[in-house]
Design a protein around this ligand. Structure first.
Ligand code: SAM
Length: 212
């Protein structure tokens, strides 16, 4: 396959433009060549991100806490290896090292956001992280909310908790990161190219994206 002309496809309809834009960012980062790269994707939903990266040469293991997402993901992306794991259980049960770890749209759903944030960075060459954030780059703020009420919370959200974290909180836990406040990463109401006011607000869709 000519990797540069292979198409991003098979998106579930779950925020598909946003998903596609992040896939394209990751592909661009590696010049559309992921030959033999071993990827671990945490909180993978139905595997649209990792499932597409396989078409560019990667081997992907997707980790997800909801069985219904894994079932749909297996149908649509049969080459993914799946693991059903609740990531609120703080134990590294995966391979000890990967080329790439994707931690996208997950941080603000965890009871202890620190564990996979810190552990993942030790275990890969390229760590991709993105999260909704509290707008504060000066102070560490971490608010852990009540467990998600299944009647109120959709299937894309936290299983046991919701966390609101400031930009400073997250960046203090990242080693030598680069942050990408890019318009082209956004979509479907999610955006990265907003101007910081440091006013402690937390809004749906206001996010940051880092590569470590
Ligand atoms: C907002 S979606 C993000 C999906 C995908 N990573 C993306 O960025 O498009 C969050 C995903 O994390 C999963 N999730 C939430 N809490 C989890 C937990 N404790 N353990 C494992 N998966 C969890 C949800 O089921 C959902 O599929």
């Amino acid at each position: 396959m000519n990797k540069k002309t292979a198409k991003v496809k098979c998106l579930s309809g779950y925020h598909s433009k946003w998903v596609e834009n992040r896939i394209k960012f990751i592909l661009n980062y590696f010049n559309y060549d992921l030959t033999d790269k071993r990827i671990l994707e945490l909180g993978a939903h139905q595997g649209d991100i990792g499932g597409n990266l396989i078409n560019f040469g990667a081997h992907t293991t997707c980790v997800e806490g909801r069985v219904e997402h894994i079932k749909r993901g297996e149908e649509r992306h049969p080459d993914i290896e799946w693991k059903h794991v609740d990531l609120d259980i703080e134990k590294w049960i995966f391979e000890s090292e990967y080329d790439i770890i994707l931690h996208l749209g997950l941080l603000y759903h965890l009871k202890n956001p620190d564990y996979y944030l810190i552990e993942s960075q030790k275990r890969c060459d390229h760590f991709f992280l993105e999260s909704q954030v509290i707008d504060n780059s000066n102070e560490e703020i971490c608010k852990i909310k009540d467990p998600a009420d299944p009647k109120k919370h959709g299937p894309g959200q936290g299983i046991n908790a919701e966390a609101q974290l400031s930009v400073k909180y997250i960046e203090n836990r990242l080693d030598n990161f680069q942050r990408f406040d890019l318009k082209e990463l956004g979509g479907c109401g999610h955006h990265y190219d907003w101007k910081a006011k440091n006013d402690n607000t937390y809004r749906n869709g206001r996010r940051r994206f880092w590569v470590v």
